[in-house]
Every structure is written in C-alpha cells, then in structure tokens.
Design a protein around this ligand. Structure first.
Ligand code: AMP
Ligand code: MG
Length: 407
C-alpha cells in the first residue's frame, strides 16, 4: 500500500510533538505600554485591582426606585447621570431620574425603563413594575477585585487591549519578542521589482513567510535571497544562528543537486528530523543551529506557506511564551470528491460553507504545491488524514478553518 512507500516520513502530529519538546520559551521580559500590547504575550498573570463595574449602576435610561413602591405614583426627587451621581438617599414613594451607567442612588433597588413610565411634572407613574434588582448592573458582576483576568502565556487581541484599559492598566509585563531570521534560497529567484531573467521566477516565499511572521508579531531578520552556493548559505546560516531565536529557510531542502540546506544544517548544527508525512511540504527539515531553532521549508510556494503555518507556527508560539490551543477542527460534508493516496496528511485549500444548516467543504481548484491561487477565496483546509484514500462526495471530512495567521 502507498502508505508504506516512504515509511521514514514522520506523521504530522509526531513531528509537532517532537519539535515542541525540543524548544524553550524565551525568558526575558519587558514592560510595554498599552498602545503597544497588541499581539504581545503575557509573562505573568494580570489581576484586576478593583471590581468591574466599580459600583452598582443602571443598565437603562429610566427611574431608580424601590421595587416595593412601584404601584404608587412616585415623586421625582433628583437625578443621577453618568459621571454625576445623586447625593441623597431615596425614601419611600420617591424616584430619581437615572441614565445608563449612572450610580444607583442609596435606597433604590430597581430601575424602571423610561418606556414603562408616564411622567407628569415631578410625578412618575410606573406602568410596568420592575422586580427587585431589575436593570441594575451589580458592582463586580463582570470582574471581581483580585481576579486573574489574563493568565501567563496569553496573546493579547484587540478586545483584550480594551479590557486592560478598563482595568486602568497603562502597561503590562510581556515576553520579549522572538527574533526570526528568514531567507530564500534558489539560483532561479529574482526579487520583485527587478526585471525577470530568462528561466527565473520571482522570490515570492520570503515575502509571504515574513507577512505570516508579522501577524505573529516577531522581530524579523530578513537575510534576503541567497543563491544555491554552499558558502553563501553557510555564511547566512552562521549569522542567523548567532543572532536569531529561529531560522526559517525556504527551498533547497529536498534531494536535488542544488539542495544544500539540510547538509549545511547537519554540518553547522544538528538535524532533528527531515521529511514529514504532510502534503504539501514533505521535505520539511527541523533542527538546531547556533542558538537558533531551524525550520527548513520546501521551496514550492504552497508547501512553504502550509509548513510554516501548520508545522512551524505552533512551535514559534511556544517559543514566544504562549500556550496555544490546538486549532479548531470541524467536520463537514465533502461537496465534491478528493483524489488522495494513503501516506501523507493532506491539507487541501478549500471553501467551507453552511448550506441549509449543513457544513459543506468544497475543494478550491487545482491543488499543486506551486499553485498559490489555491488559497484565493479559500477559508479552510480540508484535512485528509494520512491513512485515508480517495474521498467521495458526501463523506465526512475534517476541516481546519483558516486563522488570521494565514489569510
Ligand atoms: P526547491 O525546494 O528549492 O527545490 O524548490 C522547489 C520549487 O519551488 C521550485 O520550482 C522553485 O523554483 C520554487 N521556489 C523555490 N524557492 C522559491 C521562492 N522563494 N519563491 C517562489 N518559488 C520558489
Ligand atoms: Mg531550490
């Protein structure tokens, strides 16, 4: 059976597990101010210094009252506006005009919404009586003082920035950013913006890889485009191994005559493993070089993107100090058949849709490892397990929706 054609290929999950135990999280920390905290990783838990909300306040525009008085016509005795509370105490058969977010006056235990009242001068007739506590947001109902709001190893997203601000925090202690060296190899490559020589193609991988790394918010050391010259590859690797936490190379990691990457990794550092049972991306190499962790990605454009995303990214996140969850997986019905031979776990670019309440996954056109347009319009991988053969339309398929690191 085809699964045994290349028994030396390492299953995807084993490759990830082997890499995870071979790397360490950065230990250096720094204090960073609020506007710079997006996509930084916490170095310690963040606790709330006070209750949120800080005081009982109104969830509605209306009248604060004592719920037991709601059958009476109430006397309006003042107002409590957001930022300007009512100083006095509410007595029987009294009410206070109140706006959303304003402090509940002493003595009141409910708020009737404005739409449920009739007001005549300072007489307020409650049409629909609120129950005790209704329309009151209690102090601490969102967050209690001392509560852990963010654990250590947490990556801040946009809403988290608002949450930090709501806690009055102008800074946080985070892990230092990873420094990741990136380089492309290949005599046939020309940098974009220059005329294309005969038989050349543009170096696209380095730009896509760097863009993914920017989403990860690491510091990128761009070592540029290196020809298939062992001395130049050695020099670039030595510099990267001295300066960076991780090295990401593209191309030259297979078995062609000009594929020097793996041999030079073995010569200057250590090869952890080579070749993973993944499609696209089989010749992926992992190891250590100098003080850096080394990821050798294959040159085929789709392979380089998929292997960075699926194999290297979880490891880089661990190195950045994160404790990431495994990616969300769904099951969907194959909208069309998939060609597949047992042997490698296949990450097909696909489109996930909900049709009449049912998840359906449709292949996104040609799936060659050089066909970058297979990502265009796709929103998920159809993940065809290694041991699986051909998939017929209608069969269940595992789906990993794309995250913001890839599209
Ligand atoms: P390699 O892994 O070096 O054998 O390259 C495999 C295929 O990917 C070849 O067709 C290369 O021309 C192509 N390729 C390699 N590096 C890049 C790159 N940086 N950008 C675009 N295509 C590349
Ligand atoms: Mg090459």
């Amino acid at each position: 059976m085809a699964c045994c054609d290349e028994p030396q290929l390492i299953p995807v999950q084993d490759a990830i597990a082997r890499m995870q135990v071979a790397v360490q999280a950065v230990t250096d920390t720094e204090t960073v101010s609020l506007p710079e905290l997006l996509d930084r990783v916490t170095a310690e838990p963040v606790h709330a210094g006070f209750n949120v909300p800080g005081y009982d306040n109104s969830a509605m525009d209306g009248y604060a009252l004592r719920a037991e008085d709601a059958g009476q016509v109430l006397k309006l005795v003042g107002q409590s506006l957001a930022g300007h509370h009512f100083d006095g105490e509410l007595n029987a058969e009294q009410c206070v005009r109140i706006t959303t977010g304003a402090t509940i006056p002493a003595g009141a235990n409910a708020v009737v919404m404005q739409e449920n009242t009739e007001v005549d001068g300072d007489s307020v007739h409650v049409m629909k009586a609120p129950s005790t506590g209704e329309n009151i947001r209690r102090a601490g109902e969102d967050i209690t003082q001392g509560q852990e709001v963010f654990p250590s190893g947490y990556r801040f997203g946009p809403v988290d920035i608002a949450l930090l601000a709501s806690l009055g925090l102008a800074e946080a202690t985070v892990k230092r950013r990873l420094k990741v060296a990136v380089l492309s190899t290949g005599d046939e490559l020309t940098p974009p913006g220059q005329p294309l020589k005969d038989g050349h193609i543009y170096d696209s991988n380095r730009y896509g890889l760097i863009a993914i790394l920017q989403r990860l918010n690491v510091e990128v050391l761009d070592l540029g485009l290196i020809p298939d010259q062992p001395d130049q590859i050695r020099a670039a690797f030595e510099r990267a191994g001295a300066e960076a936490d991780a090295i990401i190379s593209s191309g030259g990691v297979s078995v062609g005559d000009a594929d020097y990457v793996k041999d030079i990794l073995g010569e200057l550092g250590e090869i952890g493993f080579w070749k993973v049972a993944i499609k696209p991306g089989k010749p992926f190499a992992f190891g250590h070089l100098g003080k850096a962790v080394f990821f050798g990605l294959p040159g085929n454009p789709v392979s380089s993107m998929v292997t960075l995303h699926q194999l290297a990214l979880p490891i880089l996140r661990t190195m950045a100090g994160e404790a990431p969850e495994p990616p969300l997986q769904l099951t969907a019905k194959a909208a069309s058949g998939y060609k597949k031979r047992p042997g490698r776990q296949d990450f097909q670019r696909a489109t996930l849709r909900c049709v009449d309440g049912e998840n359906q996954i449709d292949s996104n056109g040609a799936q060659g490892s050089g066909v970058l347009t297979s990502f265009l319009g796709a929103n998920a991988y159809a993940v065809l397990e290694a041991e699986r053969g051909k998939v017929e339309a209608g069969e269940p398929v595992t789906v990993i929706p794309f995250d913001r690191f890839i599209t």
